[in-house]
Design a protein around this ligand. Structure first.
Ligand code: CS2
Length: 493
């Protein structure tokens, strides 16, 4: 049977094989410009908007995907070819797969090719929200000081050339400037990254940039633009060739870049939008006055739990998170980390039973059909760990709580960054913008055990805490001497 290319024209031929959008896509107007379209955005926010279109004809809230970097070209090309359509394959633990074509991404813009078009779309009066998944590192702040990093070429360029921006800070600020000039309302800036207080952090960073460029504009942004805090959740592994091949053989469908995800989905949002918002509560999004306890809970348990499994699992030679969960030493170690170190630092969260929440994380991680690679989890650890794990260690140092599990992970991360091979002698796939610096610092550990944790932009002042330094040094010594991470973990649980 002939293989059909996924695109708008073929939609009617596809509807016998797979769920396709029932709404009239020609009626969709862009209300949201999303910067950073990747797997997660397409499994999460775009899926919620798709449901809103499907059930409530929310035609004013379509999405325009905006890529600012050359690295976004591949996604741009794939979605452009498919008129913004893509397949979401929801993988249940029992093997059931729900495939659905998602239609909420109405248009795509690649700013490196068409910068004027990108600005025009952000300035368009119908655009009410600019949302972001620019990764934990994308907010451009120093973990030690919390300040915006000005000392970088692209930022320097954008400060001097407001009309020819390159970075997210330059684009958003210029778009707001143009909106102010023509007297239209600003858009809300909606951060969907895993950073505690993501809205507040975004606000602080965009204001710092704008202040340096144009203080009058910065004052206007401060007064008029809202930056809701949000907690986002859905595990979305990297798409593999086999996922594409599955759609080709099972559904005779060619999709350049489908998305795989788990059934679980959650979005908790602060109801603080300066220019309107979609009625997402109709499709299960929770609007709450204070998102911070939810964010802290999710980041300290789920994201940190992922890093705990990912780093140790990678060293041992496990390839995926579910493989780690099948190994009781790893799953028990994570569970001990969660109960002994992360739970005590959390505030009560309304409507959530923490014990149940932790069990659900364990079940989700064990989903055998998600196959989330440890390399995705370990990627960009230099940006993730200062948000996911280090605050928990710091909080426990303040209260005198346990720091063993968290500290072990930092020592293991040093070993991981140093060796570049797992204990089965296979090369590790290390993806980190700081990869070379991490490797250099970790290499020096044999002579001076504190070099790695003296990278202050990652570890802050942890290297000045005697209790932490003692534990860390002991673990580094053990991990390097034993060369058997599992044995050491087993002794701790
Ligand atoms: C993961 C997250 O990047 C990571 O290390 O912990 O991508 C995680 O899968 C999502 O935040 C789940 O919502």
């Amino acid at each position: 049977m002939a293989i059909l290319q996924l695109n708008q024209q073929n939609i009617t031929q596809l509807e016998n094989k797979i769920a396709v959008p029932k709404y009239d896509r020609t009626k969709i107007k862009t209300g949201i410009v999303h910067i950073g379209v990747g797997g997660f955005h397409r499994a999460h926010q775009a899926y919620y908007i798709h449901q809103l279109l499907e059930k409530f004809n929310a035609y004013n809230w379509g999405i325009c995907g905006l890529g600012l970097r050359e690295a976004d070209r591949k996604m741009y090309d794939a979605l452009k070819k498919q008129d913004g359509l893509y397949t979401l394959s929801i993988q249940h633990p029992n093997g059931t797969i729900e495939n659905e074509v998602i239609g909420s991404i109405k248009e795509m813009i690649l700013a490196v090719d068409t910068p004027d078009l990108a600005l025009k779309k952000m300035v368009d009066i119908h655009t009410k929200i600019v949302s972001l998944t620019i990764t934990e590192g994308g907010y451009n702040f120093d973990s030690e000081t919390g300040n915006f990093i000005f000392d970088n070429e692209a930022i320097q360029h954008d400060l001097i050339h407001p009309e020819k921006p390159k970075t997210v800070f330059g684009y958003v600020t210029q778009a707001l400037r143009l909106r102010k000039t023509v007297g239209s309302n600003p858009f809300s800036i909606l951060s969907c990254d895993n950073i505690p207080h993501n809205g507040n952090v975004a606000r602080q960073m965009f204001l710092a940039f704008a202040q340096k460029q144009d203080s009058e504009l910065a004052n206007w942004i401060e007064k008029e633009v809202s930056f809701p805090n949000t907690m986002v959740d859905r595990i979305t592994p990297v798409t593999h060739e086999s996922d594409k091949a599955y759609l080709q053989t099972e559904l005779q469908l060619n999709d350049e870049w489908p998305v795989i995800c788990e059934p679980f989905i959650q979005w908790v949002v602060e109801d603080n939008f300066c220019n309107g918002r979609p009625q997402l509560e109709k499709v299960g999004v929770q609007f709450v006055p204070d998102v911070l306890p939810y964010e802290k809970m999710k980041i300290s348990l789920l994201n940190a739990g992922h890093s705990v499994l990912g780093i140790t699992g990678a060293i041992h030679g496990h390839k995926t998170i579910n493989e780690c969960m099948n190994d009781s030493v790893f799953s028990n170690f994570m569970s001990r980390f969660m109960s002994q170190e992360a739970t005590p630092i959390l505030d009560p969260v309304e409507g959530i039973d923490l014990e149940q929440y932790k069990s659900s994380i364990e079940e989700r991680f064990a989903n055998p059909n998600i196959k989330d690679s440890v390399s995705r989890i370990c990627s960009e650890s230099s940006a993730k760990l200062p948000k996911f794990l280090i605050p928990t260690i710091e909080a426990n140092l303040k209260t005198g709580g346990s720091i063993d599990f968290g500290t072990f992970i930092l020592a293991a991360w040093c070993y991981y960054s140093d060796k570049g091979f797992n204990e089965q002698n296979e090369p590790l796939e290390i993806i980190d913008i700081e990869k070379d610096n991490l490797h250099k610092a970790a290499k020096a550990t044999q002579e001076n055990p504190l070099v790695f944790i003296s990278q202050r932009s990652i570890f802050g002042s942890l290297n000045e805490n005697t209790r932490f330094v003692k534990k860390y040094t002991e673990f580094v010594r053990l991990i390097y001497a034993e060369k058997n991470i599992k044995k050491l973990m087993n002794a701790m649980i």
